[in-house]
Design a binder for this molecule. Structure first.
Ligand code: ADP
Ligand code: MG
Length: 688
């Protein structure tokens, strides 16, 4: 109960300046402005905390049923017990008989009458003044007391430098024009209000963060984000990239590629290819996201973009987040391009040193025209001779830094390469408008013809035998299947163990079929060999850990069983499930779950059974997890929006967008100061 300022712990929380403290806003409030008599307090305090006071008339330490301290206080109206199950000797002293205590807590009926359990207690004079504002409760980390944060914040709010830091930048005319009906305080008043709201403040609105003071802060934060996104947009247009105009029809690489493909592009594929082709013909770097549900056919679009790039003598690179996925791209690209005389190179971390060096040399000399690989493309000692296009598959698996990294290696100081990101995880509109404002988006909203919808079934783990019999009759029809083993986040070893167990059980149960096992610990040659055998139908049932989550493409495998589906998130199951439903057979996905099922897991499995719409699933995911994981922002280590909730505050985004446009065009001087205030060092991430 003593207040020790904890400068070091505060610093660790990033609260190292008056401005940082000012922006450390309360998560809720306690009302210590009201003081009840004990009698009234007992009546009022049944459902919410109340404050009352009295003099200690008894202080007992009891030992049954367990050690505890019971203190009785009294005023003119009644008495009240205070019960402490943990206490320090210092507290015993603080609450000695005869002391006057002010206490705050909820009241309940105890064995010996009304009582408060672990109330907040202060020894004060009878007539100690009451605070006039609500008491803020701050987000804190272990070892930092509320009292220490409150003290530091109060000091910070009085710091003269804050006048400057929180000064009003936004021209009144602009605010009036854009926000005519919003009666928002200026920033400084808003911040002060949020730290010290008056006793009669609308606490509901404060808690829900819809209060005008919150709106002002949220607006400013969004404004900073919109400004920096728009600036990134402008900066990109001033950069140089080689431009690749659409070649005259005839013998171009892309038209030859289209001829060797065993299928025709869908209308949606044609449209996105037009959009991407148009970007490639411009003299500044493309920054485009190709979005399309699993199985919608993004790979061939990246191949076309690569063909266009190589047509002009530039290299194209395709980077994928896992070895299996990258290898699959490599095999496919080789199949498509080698007959056309293109040199395709492969680079992954698991290559032998000698092979790696050979690949690097081919990349550096320009002999390799199309390069496929994993993170090795940016991690190892790789320098491209002349990189014109970088394709990044499953882009949300990569961090922002990694995407910046590839620009460092294009082989020239004079130009940037075009970037094509691909993702099966749709970006909800609110996210697209905030985090991705400098990203152009193309959507493949149509699956190739002949696909049958995937029937998803939710089945209890106790019906495992039945499921295995189902697999048996499935395989007897000449089809193949996946068996996906549970995700065990705590332990990779344990995950492997359960995979091996399932593998052994299934091998025994299905002796007439070949069962394979693939997991993350295998060497890449081993993985590739197993995947190739599966693809060639030498393996009929593939037991796998989540290594197959992305991109694997075996059309004859149209049944998937996911064990312990309750442990997977929305996106993971959706991705996994996308591995089936690629051929013309009816596809089935069985989500096997173990009981007990949490409410959240139950809802998740139900949603997944009912919809295959990646967009619906992504929205659910967003409301559950926040944008960090969808964006890969986790990897960048910085959440960009602290005060804005994209679901709750979506309507503010458009306002901020318009304000950003106006500031950039009419008030350039304000822009810098505003960015610095809100983003500081985080601004660079927005450029990626
Ligand atoms: P994803 O978008 O999930 O990366 P892929 O590019 O792997 O999907 O394509 C899935 C499957 O569909 C592949 O076998 C691919 O060859 C095939 N495919 C792609 N486009 C078409 C099309 N227009 N018609 C028929 N099959 C197609
Ligand atoms: Mg893919």
């Amino acid at each position: 109960m003593t207040t020790k300022p904890a400068p070091n712990t505060l610093k660790k929380m990033g609260l190292d300046s008056p401005m940082a403290l000012a922006l450390h806003l309360p998560s809720r409030y306690e009302d210590e402005t009201q003081l009840y008599s004990i009698e009234d307090g007992i009546h009022q305090g049944r459902f919410h905390a109340v404050q009352t006071q009295g003099v200690v008339i008894r202080n007992q330490v009891l030992f049954r049923p367990r050690r505890q301290m019971v203190v009785t206080i009294e005023d003119d109206t009644s008495t009240l017990q205070l019960r402490f199950l943990n206490f320090y000797p210092s507290q015993q002293k603080q609450m000695a008989v005869g002391t006057h205590l002010r206490v705050r807590g909820e009241v309940r009926e105890g064995f010996q009458g009304p009582e408060m359990v672990h109330p907040t207690v202060r020894a004060v004079a009878v007539d100690a003044p009451l605070p006039t504002s609500l008491t803020p409760v701050y987000p804190a980390s272990a070892g930092v007391s509320q009292a220490a944060i409150r003290k530091a914040v109060t000091q910070a709010l009085r710091d003269p430098s804050l006048q400057d830091s929180l000064a009003e930048f936004l021209p009144k005319t602009l605010m009036n024009e854009l926000l005519p009906s919003h009666d928002w305080p200026n920033l400084q008043s808003a911040i002060t209000y949020l730290h010290q709201p008056p006793a009669d403040a609308d606490t509901q609105a404060l808690l829900e963060r819809t209060h005008p003071a919150w709106r002002r802060v949220q607006f400013e934060e969004l404004l900073a984000q919109q400004i920096s996104l728009k600036r990134a947009h402008a900066i990109r247009r001033e950069r140089h990239a080689p431009h690749f105009a659409k070649p005259a029809a005839g013998n171009s690489l892309e038209s030859r590629l289209l001829k060797v493909l065993p299928f025709q592009l869908t209308v949606a594929q044609q449209r996105v290819w037009e959009e991407i082709g148009a970007d490639l013909s411009l003299p500044f770097p493309m920054n485009r996201l190709l979005q399309g549900d699993v199985g919608s056919g993004k790979t061939v679009i990246s191949a076309l973009a690569a063909a266009r790039t190589m047509e002009y003598g530039y290299q194209a690179a395709v980077m994928a987040p896992t070895e299996i996925l990258a290898e699959q791209h490599y095999l496919k690209m080789k199949e498509w391009f080698e007959p056309l005389g293109v040199q395709v190179a492969w680079l992954s971390g698991s290559l032998k040193a000698k092979e790696k060096r050979a690949a690097q040399e081919m990349i550096e000399s320009g002999q390799a025209q199309l390069i496929i690989g994993t993170h090795a493309l940016i991690q190892e000692n790789v320098n491209f001779a002349k990189l014109g296009l970088a394709v990044i598959d499953e882009q949300h698996r990569f961090g922002v830094r990694q995407r910046l990294e590839i620009q460092q290696r294009v082989g020239s100081e004079l130009f940037y390469c075009h970037q094509l990101m691909m993702s099966a995880t749709p970006i909800p509109r609110t996210l697209a408008m905030t985090y991705y404002a400098d990203l152009d988006v193309s959507v493949i909203d149509q699956l190739p013809p002949g696909r049958k919808p995937i029937a998803t079934k939710v089945v209890k783990a106790s019906r495992r035998e039945e499921v295995i019999q189902g697999i048996k009759s499935w395989l007897s029809r000449g089809l193949q299947a996946y068996w996906v083993c549970p995700l065990i986040e705590e332990s990779e070893a344990l995950q492997l163990q359960t995979a091996v167990e399932s593998f052994e059980q299934l091998s025994q149960a299905l002796p007439e079929f070949k069962v394979g096992l693939v997991h993350g610990r295998l060497k890449s040659e081993e993985k590739a060999a197993i995947m190739a055998a599966f693809k060639a139908n030498q393996i009929q049932l593939l037991v796998a850990t989540t290594v197959i989550e992305v991109g694997v493409d075996v059309p004859n495998a149209a049944l998937m069983v996911i064990e312990h589906a309750e442990r997977f998130g929305y996106a993971q199951i959706h991705q996994l499930r996308g591995r089936v439903g690629r051929g013309s057979a009816d596809s089935v996905c069985i989500l096997m779950y173990a009981e007990p099922l949490s409410m959240a897991a139950k809802e998740r499995l139900q949603t997944l059974r009912e919809t295959a719409d990646g967009f619906v699933i992504a929205e659910r995911d967003l409301s559950l997890r926040g944008p960090g994981e969808l964006l890969g922002a986790k990897q960048s280590g910085d959440a960009m929006l602290r005060f804005v909730d994209l679901q709750r505050d979506a309507w503010l985004i458009e306002l901020a967008q318009r304000a950003a446009e106006r500031l950039l065009s009419d008030h350039g001087d304000i822009v810098e100061r505003h960015l610095e205030r809100w983003l500081g060092s985080r601004a660079e991430f927005l450029k990626a």
